[in-house]
Design a protein around this ligand. Structure first.
Ligand code: GLU
Length: 507
């Protein structure tokens, strides 16, 4: 086990499609651990499976990391002393280690063709290439040496498989789960080198973690079954003393807790599961992302951190700096974390509330532009934002909450007031409209005082005349304090809207 070394962790995705929020959480926990230990966070692209390679996926992963502010210290684009960081570019490094394993008796050549293996699968339910049947199959353990030499000399396509030992128990200490062990007899002889000359994930992950001096390998729980193969490879290659410490993160579960959250659950339940929009280059299918839905990266990251981790208090809102300060692997739970979209929205709402207006202003202006509103001066937009910020779950909600500050209401919710309308109310408005035309100063408190005094003088009830005023200015029963609205709209616009509103009520 590694001690006293500079902490180096890695996120090692295969570029096969969009980035699931579980993947981003793996990045985040890796990043937080590295940064909390003054260590380095490495991004390694595991692209040795050419059949699953998807163009654009690597760039997409990098964009997601950039959006979240989780910048790698070393990566294919950032470079670094242990490159290349794309496994396909390290191709030549793996074969020798596979050969070394053959020499030491821990691996063997297998010549079974894909057709032969397929025939076995048809014949034997749950076929596994293992110690139970390896001597009946076509490999360097079952064939005589001469034949193997000839096949190799003739360039016959073959793979190299690990020879799993029989009847051994291998184990390791998982930083989250504690002692974990496996019976080697139950594990199949995984392929280490493929017929196309590429290593498989199992060999490449061990060689690269060794060569890149990774001290801690953290990954999702779904990789736990691969651990016995990796453990043995560390041992057989003679690197056991350099083996990283491991932790397997708990799954992110469906909202009802029944199984792993999948992309399909998102489609079914109407929320995103990917960090950012992802368009499959083959089918053209778009899978929606948190970013495009209107999540702030701070909120997305904060929400992910709390899926399976807490700092032992009730605190829920954390900046990235706070997370780095507070993070510890010990506080990651073993149990899966249920994803709750309502809670995710709550995080966004809280983050919008506490974000500086200067951070939100450009986004709000984009919302206005998307509704064909020529954004007025920034100071006006900023004042509106200050009034409605607490009501936004997404920045795009700005339109629903505040469009009336930019375009007059097209419709009025008259039902709310018409039934209780009276001539006294008409008289009240007919008197106050001209009075407001001359009223000074046009300030929230002064307006409020003046309006309320006028109600009192009229003998009508306060409550009855507040809603009509709001509906004249806004069109509906919502929005911030009505005198703040009047103040911001300005005298002329307020008067125009009051006249128009009154006419609509009387029509
Ligand atoms: N390439 C694996 C993946 O796609 C990496 C697993 C690991 O971190 O060991 O997730």
């Amino acid at each position: 086990m590694s001690t006293d070394k500079k902490v180096r962790v890695r996120f090692a995705p295969s570029p096969t499609g969009g980035l699931h929020l579980g993947g981003v959480r793996t990045v985040l926990f890796n990043y937080l651990f590295a940064k909390s230990q003054g260590g380095e966070f490495i991004l390694r692209i595991e692209d040795t499976d050419q059949t699953r390679y998807v163009p654009g996926a690597e760039e997409y992963i990098l964009s997601c990391l950039a959006w979240c502010g989780l910048t790698p210290d070393e990566s294919p684009t950032h470079g670094g002393p242990y490159g290349p960081y794309r496994q396909s570019e390290r191709k030549d490094r793996y074969r020798d280690f596979a050969e070394q394993l053959i020499q030491s008796g821990h691996a063997y050549y297998a010549f079974d063709t894909p057709q032969e293996l397929e025939a076995q699968r048809q014949l034997v339910p749950n076929f596994k290439y293992s110690h139970e049947n390896r001597l009946q199959l076509r490999n360097s353990l079952s064939m005589d040496e001469q034949e193997v030499k000839e096949l190799l000399a003739a360039g016959t396509p073959h793979v190299i498989r690990i020879k799993m030992p029989v009847g051994e128990t291998v184990g390791f200490h998982d930083m989250i789960r504690g002692a974990v062990s496996f019976e080697t007899s139950l594990v199949d002889d995984k392929v280490l080198m493929k017929a196309d000359g590429m290593p498989t994930y199992h060999l490449a992950v061990v060689v690269d973690d060794y060569q890149m001096k990774i001290t801690h390998a953290f990954r999702g729980e779904e990789w736990l079954p691969s651990a016995p193969v990796h453990l043995l490879l560390w041992e057989y290659l003679g690197w056991k003393d350099s083996m990283p410490e491991w932790a397997h993160f708990p799954l992110i579960l469906k909202p009802d807790g029944n199984g792993k959250l999948s992309k399909r659950d998102g489609d079914r339940l109407g929320f995103p599961v990917y960090a950012m929009n992802w368009t499959d280059p083959k089918t053209g299918d778009l899978t929606k992302g948190f970013k495009e839905l209107g999540f702030l990266p701070e909120a997305f990251v904060n929400m992910l951190a709390l899926l399976g981790w807490n700092n032992g208090t009730d605190q829920e809102i954390f900046t990235l700096e706070e997370l780095i300060r507070e993070f510890s692997i010990d506080r990651i739970s073993k149990a899966g974390a249920k994803f709750d979209f309502e809670k995710a929205k709550w995080f966004n709402h809280e983050w919008i509330k506490q974000s500086e207006d200067t951070r939100l202003l450009p986004m709000v202006k984009e919302v206005l532009e998307s509704h064909q509103v020529d954004a007025p001066v920034d100071s006006y937009v900023a004042e509106v934002l200050a009034l409605v910020k607490d009501r936004l779950t997404f920045v795009a909600d700005f339109w629903e909450q505040a469009s009336f500050f930019f375009t007059p209401p097209m419709q009025y919710d008259l039902e709310a007031i018409k039934k209780k309308w009276s001539e006294d109310k008409t008289n009240f408005f007919q008197a106050i409209i001209p009075a407001l035309e001359a009223f000074e100063p046009w300030e929230t408190e002064a307006l409020e005082q003046y309006y309320k005094d006028a109600i009192q003088a009229s003998g009508l009830k306060l409550g009855e005349l507040m809603l009509p005023f709001r509906i004249m200015l806004v069109g509906g029963k919502f929005g911030p304090h009505v005198f703040d609205i009047a103040k911001l709209l300005g005298r002329d616009e307020t008067i125009v809207r009051m006249k128009k509103g009154l006419a609509a009520i009387l029509a």
